[in-house]
Design a protein around this ligand. Structure first.
Ligand SMILES: Cc1cc2nc3c(=O)[nH]c(=O)nc-3n(C[C@H](O)[C@H](O)[C@H](O)COP(=O)(O)O)c2cc1C
Ligand SMILES: [Mn+2]
Length: 459
């Protein structure tokens, strides 16, 4: 055991310490049954997520004896709170705080992620237990890897998610959307006719994944440091200058080939629909490094975990700030993962009847993806879909309480928008109206069922 491991025994600093915390909280199911990496792992992860269940650790993966795959680690706020070491109710505050309190990473010389180094002919992506997740996905994809890139001009590093489609032993398709920092790096490299060095870290401290989902003008590893309250340790790659998280389970190093585009996809996207076949850049792999007994981490495309990382965690603080700027009476904001990041629920203690509509307008322009905004009173639990639908059913008179903003800017992958993202946004004032303020919501106190179900009854 290293000094670092001794001093941090109860603190998360890598995937393994996070898995321990999940296990001791009853949030990690060890699956001993043999599972097929083609579709079966994805289906088990999806079923566990639908049932609000634990994350999964697959220790018997067909065709990959001795290799473990974990998935669904950040599928709900219970697990996200464990990852951040805070209460569920504090998650949004934590995310807001870190955007203004980054901590720079530190470099170390010898790192666990380079215990095993494979280069040249030893490189073989097909030897890794990479699942094919959804029934109509185009093949095995790296979905939970954190891409580490470097600006070719100033050397500033960047963390983000770019899914990778396995094409052979040392070749992957990498999908890089237009407005990403990685896209800017690739544009610069291609203009100079040079390959772009890149690395992907799989199986990392969950704060690195949460940071990679944030838009930040700088190295997102600083956000991960801020979330953990101490610097992320990094190490230099074996084939290039990129610094990767030192405690990663696996690191895949290589370069994006200039000017090359190949078919990539389809994959279940964050909208919950399959994406199209894209013409994407190609990642040529030069080295695979990993820890001894390395654990492969994955996530399902289009899952709540995907939306939590990409839409919920990074954006709730932004929308809350914007809505609060418009009204001090806003008490909470939630972007429910079931809304694919296109919906926001705002809770407020309104003082005037026009306030909820102003707040809805603020929420729908504070982030381009937000299309539908529901504003509720403080007696509605914004984290409970049934409560939100109850408010819409009981407190909305559609003619007065719903408004539309035609031809506004949304996300181009929203199935209701045109190919440039132009669409109609909708605000719903689901607060109890002034003429009905005497009505009071009936709330039964909840009881500890353990006290009542002794003697064999089950829930
Ligand atoms: C699970 C997950 C998968 C994602 N897949 C991709 C992808 O394949 N390509 C892409 O360009 N963005 C993808 N994204 C979005 C970006 O990674 C994300 O917006 C990131 O914050 C962009 O970082 P940047 O601001 O440094 O460019 C994904 C996000 C998540 C959470
Ligand atoms: Mn960035």
């Amino acid at each position: 055991m290293t000094d670092r491991e001794k001093s941090d025994m109860n603190e998360i600093h890598d995937l393994r310490t996070f898995l321990e915390e999940l296990r001791s909280s009853g949030e990690l199911a060890e699956i001993a049954k043999e599972v097929d990496p083609v579709h079966e792992i994805g289906s088990v992860i999806a079923t566990l997520e639908q049932k609000h269940g634990p994350a999964a650790s697959f220790v018997n993966v067909k065709g990959y004896a001795g290799k473990t795959v974990v998935g669904g680690l950040l599928s709900n706020h219970r697990k996200i709170a464990i990852a951040l070491g805070c209460a569920q109710a504090e998650v949004t505050d934590r995310m807001e705080h870190v955007l203004t309190h980054p901590i720079a990473p530190v470099e170390i010389e010898k790192a666990p992620c380079q215990e095993v180094v494979l280069t040249g002919d030893q490189v073989d992506l097909t030897a890794l237990p990479i699942p094919t997740h959804a029934p109509e996905d185009g093949g095995p994809f790296i979905t939970a890897g954190v891409t580490v890139g470097r600006d070719p001009e100033n050397g500033v590093q960047n963390l983000s998610f770019q899914r990778m489609h396995i094409k052979g032993k040392n070749r992957m398709g990498i999908m890089i959307n237009e407005w990403r920092h990685m896209r800017g790096f690739l544009d610069k490299a291609e203009a100079a006719g040079k390959p772009l060095p890149v690395a992907v870290a799989i199986g990392v401290d969950p704060v690195l994944m949460i940071a990679a989902g944030c838009r930040y003008d700088g190295d997102e590893a600083e956000l991960a440091g801020g979330l953990r309250g101490k610097p992320v340790e990094t190490v230099k790659c074996v084939t290039c200058d990129i610094r990767v998280p030192a405690w990663s389970e696996y690191v895949i190093e290589g370069e994006i080939l200039p000017g090359v585009r190949e078919d990539e996809g389809p994959l279940a996207e964050f909208t919950g629909h399959y994406g199209l076949l894209w013409k994407s850049p190609v990642f040529a792999v030069k080295a695979i490094t990993h820890r001894k007994d390395a654990v492969w981490q994955t996530l399902n495309g289009g899952s709540f975990e995907h939306i939590n990382l990409g839409n919920v965690l990074p954006r709730e603080p932004l929308i809350r700030n914007f809505a609060r700027y418009v009204s001090k009476n806003v008490t909470g904001v939630h972007i429910p993962p079931y809304g694919s990041g296109f919906m926001a629920v705002v809770q407020m203690k309104k003082k005037n009847e026009g306030e909820p509509k102003n707040v809805a307008m603020a929420a729908m322009i504070s982030y381009v993806n937000i299309k539908n905004v529901v504003v509720v009173d403080t007696d509605v639990d914004i984290y409970n879909p049934a409560d939100v639908l109850w408010a819409i059913s009981n407190r909305v008179n559609p003619r007065e309480d719903i408004f539309h903003v035609p031809n506004s800017q949304g996300h181009e992958l929203d199935p209701c928008s045109d190919e440039t993202g132009v669409q109609t946004k909708m605000g719903i004032d689901a607060t109890l109206k002034a003429n009905r303020q005497k009505l009071k919501k009936a709330v039964y106190p909840t009881v500890d069922l353990g006290e009542y179900l002794k003697g064999g009854a089950t829930t």
